[in-house]
Design a protein around this ligand. Structure first.
Ligand code: ADP
Ligand code: MG
Length: 791
């Protein structure tokens, strides 16, 4: 039976004037309330038949508690609410406040308003085009308004027969002398949304608006939640009682009541704070457990030698290390020398000199008798690293070659496109240990390359490297390697502590001396067609001054049938309708590398040495192009985002990014980092054919306004939904992080991290925290990975 009889007692139905807009008659309202009581009672009965006593677990199926029809619909896609927890965690997206609804008589044309009204007429009409539409006449007693729905078959009009009541939100306009809303957001209210036996409470309450579907609308979900809350007894609480007391958090059951049936926004806030704690604590417990497991691992300590390669290398570096490079280097050396695997994230602006830091760590490991691997996200970058590391090491990297200087080791390159013989040799050198340094792509890990004694793995450009891959590394050997991950994509502290929470973090904040500033300019071809030509003029000027240039296109070939090198490019929204490259308008929209190159070579850049680089070229061709560009034999490199990370040619001073609106903020920042790496000032031209004030043009303006990567990362995160950040919840179902906002909830996340550490220290397996343990298990199914996959 219903544990809370008060709210369901049909006998106490009171009708009042309080609900002046309600169309439901007293008789109907009472009937509904009676039905609700019955449902709850049925639920109680079926409960005793299926569950132990009165205990409902969060994973109890809804079909044991709700009428079969409701349970079935809730369980269907896309809602897929199957268990008690699913439904309770299906939180209102927002709330309507009854008292703040606008009277129809007070509506102002052109404003977005919300009204609560009764349907007087619902007519179906046919336009001259043959298209059908629905026209509703609605009233709230103060005035009438027309509500029009195009596509009536799929609109809420179907459910709004004369007499029904709904909340309509939308822009008010005037048509045929009458106020109207077209396709407003509509929330039908049903009879039992009425004032019930407590009109005051009803009038104050907020109406929850749930993410809903055609089949199950928001009020229907609200009704099911109510039944559930009425039926539920105590809920096992994942938050320890002492923690709740310390932070003044309501218990779980109360939180669900407050979030689903709030009387004030204060209720919602209290509930949200509590529910955020669940998310934050769960996440931090997982991370604390992970750190604990890592620190319990034993591995080989790698202590460098004063007479080793590192010392010799340091002695002949062509530049002085920055203080940051020195400091981080010391931290890393200290960690390598301990018999516990290091797991460190090294963040540093583009061009801050992370490679040297990594190389020095790798040399220390070689000096200690081990091997080190450097993993790059692309083959191009692996090849470049191989070349760069060999150049930096000089004779110290040429063991067995004529120009070996003692002490020395070998630097092997392992990539998928090596010739069979070269690959065999490289693999042999890794396996017998003669190659102290092995450079390759991430594939190196999966292809089971054998090492004699792998002591350190350096992962460059972490944002393509997720939690699972890090785990795979740790699981690799009996003596797991030390791990250093590097990224130029600044990661806000709270993100570092959540998504990368198993890593310690170091940051290189200063750039090496002598770096030049980069000026960034937006070239809007839609608004200023003549500016397009200035891109090529600027490139010609730079080349005339002895410098080099990049031109970046989002695609390999022009739109029709074009393919992107980067699968994460945004959708081609209205591509079809927009003018594009080669259509005679001069627009550069949609242009690809393959078409741009000949056009430039014969036109605006005639006479310059121009070459193409993209992912579809064979590996040796890519390699040859990069080598020629690095050697200054190519003036202008027309490329896709294959040059996004790591490419380091200090003589390149200008980068033009075409259709820049198609890239994300961090990606643009990375691309821009290809210039300004030498003595001369860098220039970045962000071209777009998107006019007006859109999110895309705003994004470009942001990138142009600052070169502070951390600031841009914040902007970027702010524009994305948190769910996307954690790679979950596209379907709205991701459980582990939904309310938590990584940027805004920093304080809470910090507290949760501390609390989680305390819990895990005293109770590593969570055996005395069963409810928390359960949430952790659930969340592990839905682990937050690949934070920056989308660049
Ligand atoms: P990133 O951090 O973006 O990976 P790199 O490691 O590629 O940067 O370094 C960029 C360039 O700066 C390289 O050419 C590198 O040799 C050079 N560099 C690194 N450290 C210093 C330093 N302390 N002084 C001068 N140049 C440096
Ligand atoms: Mg780099």
């Amino acid at each position: 039976m219903a544990p809370d009889g008060r709210r369901n007692n049909p006998d106490t139905a009171v009708l009042t004037e309080g609900y002046r807009r309600d169309s439901a008659t007293g008789a109907r309202g009472a009937a509904v309330r009676a039905r609700r009581g019955r449902v709850a009672r049925d639920a109680g009965l079926s409960l005793s038949g299926c569950s132990i006593g009165n205990v409902i677990e969060l994973d109890t199926p809804l079909r044991h508690l709700l009428p079969a029809k409701d349970a079935k619909r809730l369980g269907e896609r896309p809602l897929e609410l199957v268990t008690v927890a699913d439904l309770l965690e299906h939180l209102p997206r927002r709330y309507h406040r009854r008292g703040e609804l606008t009277n129809l008589a007070d509506l102002v044309e052109g404003e977005v308003s919300t009204v609560h009204a009764r349907v007087v007429r619902n007519e179906s009409k046919t336009a001259r085009t043959g298209r059908r539409y629905a026209v509703l006449t609605v009233t709230d007693g103060t005035a009438q308004m027309t509500v029009t729905y195009f596509n009536p078959a799929r609109s809420p009009a179907r459910r709004l027969s004369a007499g029904s009541v709904a909340v309509f939100s939308g822009k008010v306009d005037r048509f045929n002398q009458r106020l109207q809303m077209v396709n407003p957001e509509t929330h039908p209210l049903e009879d039992d949304d009425g004032p019930g036996d407590d009109p005051d409470r009803w009038a104050r309450a907020l109406v929850p608006i749930y993410p809903a579907t055609e089949q199950v609308n928001s009020p229907a979900i609200g009704r099911c939640v109510r039944v559930l809350l009425d039926t539920l007894g105590e809920l096992p609480d994942p938050l320890p009682a002492d923690l709740r007391a310390r932070y003044r958090l309501v218990d779980l059951r109360k939180a669900y009541e407050l979030v689903h049936q709030p009387e004030s926004t204060g209720d919602v806030e209290r509930a949200h704070r509590r529910l955020k704690w669940d998310e934050a604590l769960t996440l931090q417990v997982i991370l604390a457990q992970r750190r604990r497991a890592i620190s319990a691992m034993a591995t080989v300590a790698r202590r460098g030698r004063p007479d080793g390669i590192l010392a010799a290398f340091d002695g002949q570096l062509p530049f002085a290390l920055t203080d940051g490079q020195r400091g981080v280097g010391a931290t890393i050396a200290g960690e390598l020398a301990r018999p516990v695997p290091m797991h460190r994230l090294l963040m540093g602006e583009v061009g801050s000199g992370k490679t040297v830091v990594a190389l020095r760590a790798m040399l220390a490991v070689v000096d200690a008798g081990g091997q080190a691997a450097l993993l790059a996200p692309t083959e191009t970058l692996a090849v470049q690293h191989h070349r760069g590391v060999r150049a930096l090491l000089g004779g110290f990297g040429r063991a067995g070659e004529l120009d070996e200087t003692s002490p020395a080791t070998k630097v092997a390159l392992v990539t998928g496109s090596l010739g069979a013989r070269a690959k065999r040799e490289a693999l042999a050198a890794a396996a017998d240990g003669s190659a102290g340094l092995v450079i390759g792509t991430h594939a190196l890990l999966h292809e089971g390359v054998a090492f004699r004694d792998l002591g350190l793995v350096v992962v460059d450009e972490q944002h393509r490297f997720g939690v699972e891959q890090r785990d795979a590394l740790r699981a690799r050997a009996t003596d797991p390697p030390h791990v250093l991950v590097m990224t130029a994509t600044p990661i806000p502290r709270t993100v570092a502590m959540t998504v990368f929470g198993d890593l310690e973090v170091s940051t290189l904040t200063e750039l090496p001396a002598g770096r030049s500033p980069i000026g960034t300019f937006v070239v809007n071809g839609a608004e200023h067609p003549s500016w397009r030509g200035r891109i090529w003029g600027r490139i010609r000027d730079e080349v005339a001054a002895g410098h080099q240039a990049y031109v970046v296109c989002p695609r390999i070939s022009t739109v029709a049938g074009g393919s992107a090198d980067d699968e994460d490019l945004p959708e081609d929204e209205a591509e079809a309708g927009r003018p594009g490259f080669g259509d005679g308008t001069g627009s550069l929209a949609g242009v690809g590398v393959e078409e741009l190159l000949p056009w430039l070579a014969e036109g605006p850049l005639a006479g310059l040495r121009v070459a193409a680089l993209h992912g579809r070229l064979p590996a040796d061709a890519k390699d040859a192009v990069m080598t020629r560009f690095a050697a200054g034999e190519v003036d202008v490199l027309v490329a896709t985002t294959v040059i996004e990370v790591g490419v380091d040619v200090p003589n390149a001073t200008v980068i033009a990014i075409l259709d820049a609106d198609r890239f994300g903020v961090s990606q643009l920042h990375q691309l821009r980092g290809r210039v300004g790496r030498g003595q001369a000032a860098g220039v970045c031209l962000l071209h777009t054919e998107v006019g007006g004030d859109t999110p895309a043009t705003q994004r470009l303006a942001n990138v142009a306004a600052t070169t502070d990567g951390a600031e841009l990362a914040r902007l970027d995160l702010g524009q994305r939904r948190e769910g996307d950040v954690l790679g979950a919840s596209q379907s709205g179902r991701g459980r582990s992080v939904r309310l938590l906002e990584l940027l805004k909830d920093e304080r809470l996340i910090l507290d949760a991290r501390e609390e989680a550490g305390r819990v895990v220290d005293t109770d590593p397996d969570l055996s005395s925290h069963p409810a928390l343990a359960r949430r952790v298990l659930l969340a592990l199914d839905d682990r937050p990975v690949e934070y920056l996959e989308k660049g």
